[in-house]
Design a binder for this molecule. Structure first.
Ligand code: LLP
Length: 384
């Protein structure tokens, strides 16, 4: 992924920084858009994965909508020119202010996560004399078979309305004059690599769509969420298999005429397109362990500390060699979990070498924190 030109350019930059490969981002987006077009599927980009403006501009340009989880994301999407008719607002804890602002903006729809939230949106819309389009996020109790911290569609998760509450939900919808029901929404988890999981989701979506239609509702939108995983071990940032992913939904969802199928992909669109580039501050060779101390830590890339997530680590200053040394690669933060990898095999490494943490485009820069009063990180971009 890194050319010699990139690496000599990096040598003059202040580290750490996120490096965005815009060509890879573009081909990932085109690949996804082409695969979705085949079935007339609609893609909303899950902005939480990365809201870097350069990245968002490319996503808007390809024609995807925006899936937002806060007022801040809704505003940024609209500011950057996303079509309001393609902006959806999800999240278990939308504040009154966020709902009011979204009503003022006339966004496409609220993905509603509780009966109380339905009542609040109805009330706030009434005060404005407006109608709010809503989709019901249902918790389908489907196991995503992913890390337990990023699974969202099981009975014990806080997300969505559980199946046993649907009769009350239907009743609330019927008596809420300011709500326009447009469909149902699901999202069962993230970094899903076993595509069979989506077959189980389709079965549940079909059942719930039928349930609503039997009760006189028109289900115009089937929103199946996101979650498609990426290959964190791939050496060159492989583009996810979008054709295989969409094919499953085409085969297993019962889509009636006039119904739309919506997706909310985050990681799969942006994950492979960035690396966190960091400099080696110190190398500590011990009797039991060798440590590489980087100038990037969990404050710049939190996923390994939070989920024990794997990111491929490369010494980009040194050619790959047969004779490797094993290092624990750690950051400067005062926490023992501030570790990017244990016993990582690398060429012999020295102070000032550049280290890349790969596949960091999703949930990387956006999850940075100020802990230990660290400096702002920034994005560096490849040529378009
Ligand atoms: N839709 C909803 C309602 C979501 O909650 C999410 C992600 C997505 C779509 C997009 O999912 P994706 O396609 O990116 O898997 N910070 C964690 C991931 C948290 C995902 C939260 N929800 C990580 O670093 O792995």
């Amino acid at each position: 992924m890194f050319s010699d030109k990139d690496i000599s350019h990096f040598a003059n930059l202040e580290t750490p920084f996120y490096y965005y490969d815009l060509a890879l981002l573009q081909s990932t987006l085109s690949n996804c858009a082409d695969a979705a077009k085949l079935y007339n599927f609609h893609v909303h980009y899950a902005m939480k994965a990365n809201f870097n403006s350069r990245v968002l501009e490319k996503i808007r340009a390809i024609g995807f909508g925006a899936d937002c989880v806060s007022g801040g994301e809704v505003s940024k999407a609209i500011e950057l020119g996303f079509d309001k008719a393609q902006v959806v607002f999800a999240g278990v804890g939308k504040s009154d202010k966020e709902i009011n602002d979204a009503l003022d903006q006339d966004i496409f729809c609220f993905n509603v996560e509780s009966i109380q939230e339905l009542e609040v949106i109805n009330e706030l819309a009434a005060a404005k004399g407006k109608k709010a389009r809503v989709a019901i996020r249902i918790n389908p109790n489907v196991d995503a078979h992913t890390h337990h911290n990023i699974t969202t569609g099981l009975d014990e998760n806080k997300f969505g309305i559980n199946s046993w509450d649907l009769p009350l939900c239907a009743e609330t919808l019927k008596k809420s004059d300011q709500l326009e029901f447009i469909g149902i929404h699901f999202h069962i988890g993230s970094q899903i690599t076993n595509l069979d999981v989506y077959k189980n989701l389709c079965v549940r979506v079909n059942e719930f769509a039928e349930w609503f239609e039997e009760r006189g509702f028109t289900v115009k939108v089937l929103n199946v969420g996101g979650g498609l995983g990426i290959d964190y071990h791939h050496p060159d940032g492989q583009i996810p298999d979008f054709p295989a992913y969409f094919k499953i939904f085409n085969e297993f969802l019962n889509v009636r005429p006039n119904q739309e199928v919506h997706f909310e992909l985050g990681r799969a669109l942006v994950g492979q397109s960035a690396s966190l580039v960091s400099k080696v501050l110190y190398v500590k060779n011990g009797k039991k362990k060798n440590f590489i101390v980087l100038d990037a830590g969990m404050t710049e890339l939190m996923r390994p500390a939070l989920y024990q997530a794997y990111h491929k680590i490369e010494n980009i200053s040194k050619p790959a060699v047969a004779d490797v040394v094993k290092y624990d690669v750690v950051g400067p933060i005062c926490e023992s979990t501030d570790c990017f990898g244990k016993e990582v095999e690398l060429p012999e490494t020295f102070r000032n070498d550049l280290i890349a943490l790969r596949s960091a485009g999703a949930y990387g820069e956006v999850m940075a924190s100020h802990y230990n009063l660290r400096n702002e990180i920034r994005g560096v971009y490849s040529e378009d």
